[in-house]
Design a protein around this ligand. Structure first.
Ligand SMILES: Cc1cc2nc3c(=O)[nH]c(=O)nc-3n(C[C@H](O)[C@H](O)[C@H](O)COP(=O)(O)OP(=O)(O)OC[C@H]3O[C@@H](n4cnc5c(N)ncnc54)[C@H](O)[C@@H]3O)c2cc1C
Length: 466
């Protein structure tokens, strides 16, 4: 019996944030669309990234608010987090969102193929194991990224965890070393802190959250200190020894002050990322990886003209909304439009307590580019809504909205927020910056009182007064 053959205008390999967004966009523009996914649609973000991590964080942070509230007289004794229930809720939310995404794709008319997409030639993809052969005018590679570890660290998924292992833990480790200082590392540091583990963060960099504004980072550092998370910067893990009898891992660490050793129950490595391209059989297309990623030009086209790539597989910021934006841009291009992504306006968000969000230039970057830079501030503890919600004490004291602007024309160059609702508030800044609204125009909007949005206005007013 011969292979089943089908042909499409646009075929997308990978059904994650970038892939499913591109598929929906392509359908809306009248293309005949195939989407090939080897696991579950939704990709990393829905199945093992943004959604499950934030489900865990939400339950743990809510619990800590409850436990620390002086207004609730706790007559119950022995209150504790029920890890199994927390995991069940997380899995339920993931399942709901995955099936919702799948239904939207199917009802929209996307032909979803379950299996691994592998190139037969530059215009043909075979889906395994169904062995369907798909011919396509355009192909979009959206296969995401996978972890890459530096020796001596190696995942064994029992003692040395990746983030997916952590999302499926059955018990809470007494202490854990998290190797890395970026967004994922901070997210899991918060998860384990709220679960009651002693957390050690080890990073080779000189600061945590290296792409953030320096002032925000140093405030976040204060939060870690208050939570008694041990932070070791400028360090490198040089040796790993698993002691199964004692159920521990011994880490040898090189630091500026000399060698250090650390005994922990688990090690979590959020890890660097490289293109998920093993199964693609790229050789058949004439494409090859560059620095572990699929190379694309400014139109997201690979060196093979009708093959495009989007999302984590091409590198850049490893965030779902970048992958989605690229999916929309590529399809626009296929439809004859001239979309342009402003990578400087892709927000960064951290969903811990407190939240952190930023867009545009940091103060340091802005000052490097111009002499005429000023900064407007609003401290959250002075805000009405934060006061009403009891978000002015303890770690909330670090909360600020920081607006970096160019003095002459009042152009906003960057907004950096640490504090409540930071990840929601940042969209006000995105909207203003995308539409090139100056400080005065942002001020002319009416913001509800009391609200966090009004605190964004307070920061803008402070900027205008400088
Ligand atoms: C723990 C964690 C937390 C995160 N939190 C956030 C967050 O809060 N906010 C945020 O914006 N981003 C977050 N991210 C990053 C975000 O998940 C990714 O940037 C995003 O999922 C990238 O989308 P993508 O479409 O490029 O790839 P993916 O979502 O990884 O999708 C790629 C898909 O391709 C499939 N695939 C691979 N090869 C093949 C093949 N040959 N054939 C068929 N299918 C294939 C895979 O199964 C996968 O489903 C997080 C990531 C992690 C790991």
């Amino acid at each position: 019996m011969g292979d089943k053959r089908e042909s499409f205008d646009v075929t997308i390999i990978g059904g994650g944030a970038g892939g499913y967004t591109a598929a929906q966009e392509a359908i809306s523009k009248g293309f005949k669309v195939a989407l090939i996914e080897k696991e579950r649609v939704g990709g990393t973000c829905l199945n093992r990234g943004c959604v499950p991590t934030q489900c865990l964080l939400r339950d743990l942070i809510e619990y800590s608010f409850f436990v620390s509230s002086e207004c609730i007289e706790k007559e119950l004794t022995g209150t504790r987090i029920n890890l199994q229930k927390v995991m069940e809720r997380k899995n339920h939310v993931v399942d709901l969102l995955v099936s919702g995404t799948e239904n939207t794709l199917l009802s929209g008319g996307v032909a979803v193929f379950q299996g691994e997409g592998t190139f037969m030639d530059a215009q043909t993809v075979r889906v395994r194991p169904s062995e369907t052969v798909i011919q396509s005018k355009f192909i979009i590679i959206a296969t995401g990224a996978r972890y890459r570890l530096k020796p001596p660290l190696e995942f064994d998924h029992q003692y040395i965890w990746d983030t997916t292992d952590a999302l499926h833990m059955e018990s809470v480790p007494e202490n854990i070393a998290i190797v890395g200082g970026g967004h994922r590392a901070m997210t899991f540091a918060d998860i384990f802190h709220y679960l009651g583990s002693q957390v050690h963060v080890l990073t080779e960099a000189s600061k945590i959250l290296p792409d953030q504004d320096r002032e925000i980072t140093s405030r976040y550092r204060r939060v870690l200190k208050e939570k008694k998370v041990q932070l070791l910067t400028n360090v490198r893990v040089t040796g790993v020894e698993i002691e199964r009898k004692r159920d521990t891992v011994d880490l040898n660490i090189e630091s500026k002050k000399g060698p250090v050793s650390l005994k922990v129950s688990k090690v979590l490595v959020p890890g660097d990322r490289e293109a998920n391209a093993q199964g693609l059989n790229l050789g058949k297309t004439g494409l090859s990886l560059k620095d572990g990623l699929i190379p694309v030009d400014s139109h997201l086209m690979t060196p093979v003209p009708h093959i495009y790539a989007i999302g984590d597989v091409i590198g850049g910021k490893y965030v779902a909304h970048k992958a989605m934006e690229e999916g929309i841009a590529v399809v626009g291009r296929l439809a004859g439009e001239t979309p342009k992504i402003d990578y400087g306006l892709i927000p960064s968000c951290l969903y811990t307590n407190p939240e952190v969000a930023s867009i545009g230039l940091t103060e340091e970057e802005a000052r490097r580019g111009s002499q005429d830079i000023e900064v407007g501030y609003f401290p959250f503890p002075a805000g009405t809504r934060p006061s009403i919600l009891g978000l002015t004490e303890g770690i909330n004291k670090v909360g600020i909205i920081k607006v970096v602007f160019e003095k002459k024309y009042g152009e906003v160059l960057g907004v950096h927020i640490i504090g409540p609702q930071a990840t929601e508030l940042i969209s006000l800044a995105s909207m203003a910056m995308k539409n090139q609204l100056g400080l005065q125009e942002i001020k002319e909007v009416v913001y509800p009182h009391p609200s966090f949005a009004e605190n964004f206005l307070d920061a803008i007013n402070d900027a205008l007064s400088r």
